[in-house]
Design a protein around this ligand. Structure first.
Ligand SMILES: NC(=O)C1=CN([C@@H]2O[C@H](COP(=O)(O)OP(=O)(O)OC[C@H]3O[C@@H](n4cnc5c(N)ncnc54)[C@H](O)[C@@H]3O)[C@@H](O)[C@H]2O)C=CC1
Ligand SMILES: O=C(O)C(=O)Cc1ccc(O)cc1
Length: 361
């Protein structure tokens, strides 16, 4: 691929553009809001100049409700050899395009399974898609050349291509993305009017559970509106589980020992099922989760501390597999947890201690 046109230069469009530009692809940037395209260009994602001839691939990264219209417009203007979108839902946009009577052989629906709770080009990074699944939904009549262009995009972004049927994709993302998003929002919503004294106690658990609740509601209304059935079915199952969990908790308050035992069994079953589901969540690069050793350091909130830790780990010849930061409430201090291969942990602890870091046992 030599050239591409990204339409919609927000988080996803600019991240893909940055990755393509860094691999030498000439990227043109367009957005209905010219400020967004200008920002993406300033970040090095490409040029705001419109292409003079058809590009190899047109990438539509606008919100789901605008995808079909933006693709139809680009196709009618003959802006590219191939066309794809990255919307979080796949059945709806294809059906909308079919209803417009367009020839869809040069189009493929795709969805990178990677994102952030922030929007816009300033949140974009060229490595956003690295090691993450990127779903491709070719139809029977999709041109092989277009499928190859999509594969080339995924490869440039260092994603992992996964081929799926569009409707199967929508059911799958209802389970792993859309329903969890609403559950995250519902948990976070309990905090809206909570006492400050309670909120101050928030630890890493609630941070993990509520991270995606910070996302832009407008985008999520679009996503959920395009996949309401499968999400409602799953949430109704969650509601049944919630009812049972409440019953079990009420039983724990009973003076009757037999009822209390039933309550304990009920709660145990919820927690057991949670463990069984959690171990199925894939780890880094989509592989089975691995068990890493954690090396924990106390830091004070000074600029450059993380960079120094990474440089010191690098000098010790240790690859950091994952990192977590816990901020101490109300203090300029925090705890950095470095996840490393089990056999590398003792050496890393010793090396960091030697370089003056406070290692927490
Ligand atoms: N945010 C996420 O975590 C993920 C989002 N997606 C999908 O990627 C697409 C883009 O999402 P984000 O980058 O997060 O949104 P964003 O809000 O960061 O960017 C969307 C951009 O599209 C522009 N836009 C809106 N309508 C347009 C139109 N008709 N023509 C041209 N530009 C238009 C907006 O001005 C904005 O700059 C959506 O379809 C979303 O479902 C896919 C994977 C992850
Ligand atoms: O940040 C996360 O964990 C996400 O799950 C982000 C995300 C949001 C929307 C998508 O369509 C795909 C991925």
């Amino acid at each position: 691929m030599k050239s591409a046109l990204v339409i919609g230069t927000g988080l996803i469009g600019t991240s893909a553009a940055l990755a393509l530009a860094s691999r030498g692809v000439l990227v043109h940037l367009a957005d209905q809001d010219p400020d967004q395209a200008r920002t993406a260009a300033v970040l090095g994602a490409g040029t705001e100049e419109p292409p003079e001839e058809p590009v190899d691939l047109v990438i539509v990264a606008a919100p789901p409700a605008h995808v079909a219209a933006a693709l139809a417009d680009a196709m009618r203007r003959g802006l590219g050899r191939g066309y794809l979108d990255v919307a979080s839902v796949k059945g709806g946009p294809r059906r909308e395009l079919e209803a417009l009577g367009l020839d869809l052989t040069a189009y493929i629906g795709t969805h990178p399974m990677s994102g952030r709770e922030r929007s816009g080009p300033l949140a974009a990074t060229s490595d956003l898609f690295e090691g993450r699944p990127w779903v491709l939904t070719p139809a029977r009549d999709t041109d092989t050349e277009v499928l190859n262009l999509a594969l080339e995009l995924v490869s440039h972004c260092r994603g992992v291509p996964v081929v799926m049927d569009a409707d199967a994709h929508d059911r799958a993302v209802a389970l792993v993305s859309h329903m969890p998003h609403l559950v995250s929002s519902l948990v976070a919503a309990r905090l809206e009017h909570a006492e400050d004294t309670a909120v101050r106690l928030c630890g890493q658990g609630i941070r993990d559970v509520t991270r995606i609740a910070a996302s832009d509601p407008r985008m999520w209304i679009d996503i959920l509106s395009a996949n309401p059935g499968p999400v409602a079915d799953l949430l109704s199952e969650v509601a049944d589980d919630l009812d049972e969990t409440v019953r079990a908790l009420r039983a724990l308050q009973s003076p009757d020992e037999a009822k209390r035992r039933k309550g304990t069994d009920g709660i145990h079953e919820v927690l057991r099922r949670g463990n069984a589901g959690q171990v199925r969540v894939p780890g880094k690069h989509g592989s089975a989760p691995r068990v890493y050793e954690t090396v924990a350091l106390l830091i004070d909130d000074q600029p450059g501390q993380l960079a120094r830790i990474f440089a010191d780990a690098d000098m010790a010849g240790v690859n950091i597999e994952d990192v977590r930061i816990e901020h101490a409430t109300g203090q300029q201090a925090g705890l950095v947890q470095l996840m490393v291969e089990q056999k590398a942990a003792p050496g890393l602890s010793a090396a960091l201690r030697e370089r003056g870091w406070t290692i927490r046992q």
